[in-house]
Design a protein around this ligand. Structure first.
Ligand code: ATP
Ligand code: MG
Ligand code: MG
Ligand code: MG
Length: 479
């Protein structure tokens, strides 16, 4: 007999059918006459209940059917007597494929804390919460490809190992095959990377943008969706050392078109998740509501997770310039009461507390902030006519702050070279990048969306470590 997954059984099955179910036992309870075994196979948040009558199954026969064990069950699909689900399986055979010693198995019936589950990241997939989170993550990833392919974008793979630092933030992981203890040195005593594998110093990519731009100058519209690496030495709830980024790049686009596309894209992928993973999101909303009850009144969410997502897909994002955003912050009571930890003045990079104030307290919706001071943004962003700001945009989301960073790119080679010099990048180092300005350069724009921050937003998970299967953070690469 062919196995059927729980999701399909619950959706399209007929009562009276003989079925084969395979999955992992979540719980077993029962009495003298009958045992109820809840089985989950990861296809849905729902378990399927298996009814094993004592007449057919002795205590001995079910002794290894314990929480965590892998089982194969055959039986008849029948209408369920209990409330909740429409179906259950009246078992005729139950085979234990893999035991899970109840004394040793760490996942017990009680709810475990997220901190504890992070320590057993290899097993946490088996909980309702992480089942839901990673199914939603999958739905969002699928929607990313769907959106861009429907729009005629070409999916471009950019290199993981690079010699450039697109962001110039110096947060790179070195890639080297040199002896770490005793590397070859030049006469002046510096590490001699000419003797390294690639004949030069290389690192893991912090962004695929520069390479993405090259491809956009041939395909018009491209996107990347790959892992990026940043040696962030801070521990926050929104930074990982390894995260996935979606970076579309569009020729013949300006900042406004860029912002329009980003907004449409975000709404599209959220809508896809709401339509395809509603039960998971409802479960996560419930989870968040319960977590909320433990918080003081002023820290509780004004909307449930579902309300928030519905609101976001159905309303325009707010758009303000950086200069306007600074004015709003300076004129806020929050500022007057000295409640911001970091200073506020024209020229600062917005801190997460500032971003969240704008989104959560002031506008109460996602905000697109444009035209940041040039000194706090990357060299490739297009200089505005005022000579002080660049055509940058960040999209800020409630609960998180920045989820998107983007810009119109500087296509004027003389200005670009000038800005590179300003941050100490030699022309020779990026000769290939400059070639796209020399040969058929055109106005173009793009953005980077941190995929995990997006997953955080849609699942309501407070910590970015809980939306990536195996988080990489300082002092932590166990799995
Ligand atoms: P932040 O200000 O939060 O450090 P950033 O401005 O350094 O972010 P960008 O270089 O603009 O980030 O990268 C584009 C997007 O990638 C960000 O908007 C964010 O969504 C995501 N991102 C950046 N750094 C990280 C990280 N360490 N972990 C997870 N996502 C990140
Ligand atoms: Mg950063
Ligand atoms: Mg930033
Ligand atoms: Mg940014």
């Amino acid at each position: 007999m062919q196995r059927t997954k729980v999701k399909d059984l619950l959706q399209g099955a007929e009562v009276g059918q003989q079925v084969l179910l395979k999955g992992w036992v979540r719980t077993k309870r029962g009495n003298k006459y009958v045992n109820f075994i809840a089985v989950n196979d990861g296809s849905t948040i729902n378990n399927l209940q298996v009814v094993a009558e004592a007449e057919k199954f002795s205590e001995e026969a079910l002794k290894d059917v314990t929480t965590g064990a892998a089982v194969a069950v055959t039986g008849e699909l029948v209408a369920s007597q209990g409330k909740g689900q429409a179906f259950e399986i009246q078992a005729t055979s139950i085979e234990v494929l893999g035991k899970a010693d109840p004394e040793a198995y760490p996942l017990q019936k009680k709810a475990h804390s997220l901190e504890f589950l992070r320590e057993i990241a290899h097993l946490r997939f088996r909980t309702n919460t992480f089942g839901a989170v990673f199914r939603v993550r999958n739905a969002l990833a699928f929607a990313v490809h769907k959106f861009f392919n429907e729009k005629g974008f070409v999916y471009m793979h950019t290199p993981i190992i690079t010699a450039s630092d697109a962001e110039g933030a110096g947060e790179m992981f070195r890639v080297t095959t040199l002896d770490p203890v005793n590397p070859p040195r030049t006469e002046s005593g510096e590490v001699n990377y000419e003797e390294d594998f690639f004949g030069r110093a290389t690192n893991l990519t912090v962004s695929g943008q520069l390479e993405g731009e090259l491809a956009a100058m041939a395909f018009s519209d491209i996107y990347t969706f790959g892992p990026t690496f940043r040696a962030e030495n801070s521990n926050t709830t929104r930074h990982l050392a390894e995260f996935w980024m979606i970076e579309p790049e569009m020729a013949f686009h300006d900042l406004k078109m860029n912002a329009d596309l980003a907004e449409e894209f975000i709404k599209y992928i959220i809508r896809h998740a709401l339509e395809n993973n509603r039960e998971d999101i409802e479960f996560l909303a419930q989870r968040q509501a319960e977590e909320d009850k433990t918080k003081p009144q002023n820290e509780r969410q004004e909307m449930t997770l579902l309300e928030k997502l519905e609101f976001v897909v159905n309303n325009d994002f707010e758009r303000v310039t950086y200069t306007e955003a600074i004015d709003i912050l300076l004129n806020s009571n929050h500022y007057k009461k000295k409640k911001f930890q970091y200073e506020v003045s024209w020229g600062i990079d917005l801190q997460s507390e500032h971003e969240r104030y704008l989104v959560e307290k002031h506008f109460k919706k996602p905000v697109i902030v444009t035209d940041y001071p040039k000194d706090i943004k990357a060299f490739y962003m297009r200089l505005n006519d005022d000579g002080k700001t660049v055509a940058a945009m960040d999209i800020l989301a409630p609960g998180i702050g920045e989820i998107v960073g983007g810009s119109q790119r500087e296509e004027r080679i003389d200005i670009l070279v000038e800005r590179m010099k300003g941050v100490g990048i030699e022309e020779e180092a990026l000769w290939w990048y400059l070639d796209t300005r020399r040969f058929g350069g055109c106005p173009h724009a793009g953005f980077g969306l941190g995929f995990e921050r997006m997953v955080q937003f849609v699942t309501g998970m407070g910590n970015i470590r809980d939306v990536i299967p195996f988080p990489r953070t300082p002092q932590n690469a166990e799995f």
